[in-house]
Ligand binder design. Structure first.
Ligand SMILES: [Fe+2]
Length: 299
């Protein structure tokens, strides 16, 4: 085991890239939709913090509308930054789900939805069968899940999470197969733990009301099943995106980290924007994994 050097992992999420650089993000905004995601992403992947990382994990919403042209923007930036050999990518609801008003039920929608993300992942020769496991370092195993509500019929249910039994069962087998790897990381798009209002307030984060939680959450039995697997298999980190919110908490010894949208500025002063992302460092033989938040200036 190569334990002489720390192993650094950058966590990016919710890029919402668009086919044209000037296009706006589809999320409705009262004071003007966000633009400039493509350029922000190109700057972030060329930054020193990302360039010096050993590995990068992207927890979904690579694209804003799931189209292949936006995936091409992504892979061109990744290739240009020299990251093709050290990046794992997961689909988010914007990469797979139906974002329109409504569509008539069709039993093939689940397959068709997933196929959109598979086509985008294939452009970069990534793993497309979820859950997958990658071993970027002898000390580290990353397990990727598809947590999206495939086959949804309208924009009202596009953000819901879903991790069905067979995916959890497959994850359980893979966790067991990799039981000797000291640092196990589970990555998915959706949060497995959106706190109740009182807990959110105590953590000084924006509370999600009951309806919002319902719209963004993985169903209770599924997220509880996932957390039980993580506790039982001593998963060190659960990484997610989706809520576009920075959060870092521990549940029964498992550290759960939610990434903000990497291409959405945290702060803006004139033309200069500050973007941020988490960086995890595996020390020695994996006894310690530290987590810090880094920022990059764009513009
Ligand atoms: Fe997103």
């Amino acid at each position: 085991m190569s334990t002489d050097r720390p192993f650094r992992i950058v966590h990016l999420s919710d890029l919402h890239l668009t086919r044209d650089d000037g296009s706006a993000r589809s999320e409705p905004k009262l004071f003007g939709a966000l633009r400039g995601m493509n350029e922000a992403f190109r700057t972030i992947v060329r930054s020193r913090a990302v360039q010096s990382a050993n590995y990068v994990i992207v927890t979904g919403d690579v694209t804003d509308r799931g189209d292949l042209a936006s995936w091409e923007v992504f892979w061109e930036a990744v290739r240009g930054a020299g990251l093709m050999d050290r990046m794992a990518v997961l689909p988010g609801n914007h990469d797979v789900c139906h974002l329109g008003l409504a569509r008539l039920p069709d039993r093939d929608f689940r397959k068709i939805d997933l196929q959109r993300a598979v086509a985008g992942l294939k452009l970069g020769c990534r793993l497309t069968k979820l859950p997958w496991v990658v071993r970027p370092d002898p000390r580290v195993a990353v397990f990727g899940l598809n947590s999206n509500n495939l086959g949804n019929l309208s924009v009202a249910t596009n953000a819901l999470g879903e991790v069905r039994y067979y995916q959890l069962k497959s994850l359980a087998s893979r966790l067991y197969q990799n039981r000797d790897v000291p640092v196990k990381i589970v990555a998915l798009h959706h949060s497995p733990n959106i706190p109740m209002v009182e807990t959110a307030r105590r953590r000084r984060q924006r509370p999600f009301g009951p309806l919002e939680r319902l719209a963004f959450q993985i169903p209770e039995d599924q997220r509880h099943g996932l957390m039980l697997l993580c506790v039982a298999h001593r998963v060190r980190l659960v990484l997610h995106g989706h809520l576009h919110m920075r959060e870092d908490r521990r549940i029964s010894g498992v550290r759960i980290v939610g990434a903000p949208a990497s291409t959405e500025p945290l702060r803006q002063s004139g033309e200069a924007k500050e973007h941020g992302f988490y960086v995890y460092t595996v020390q020695r033989e994996g006894q310690r994994v530290s987590c810090r938040f880094e920022t990059v200036r764009v513009g």
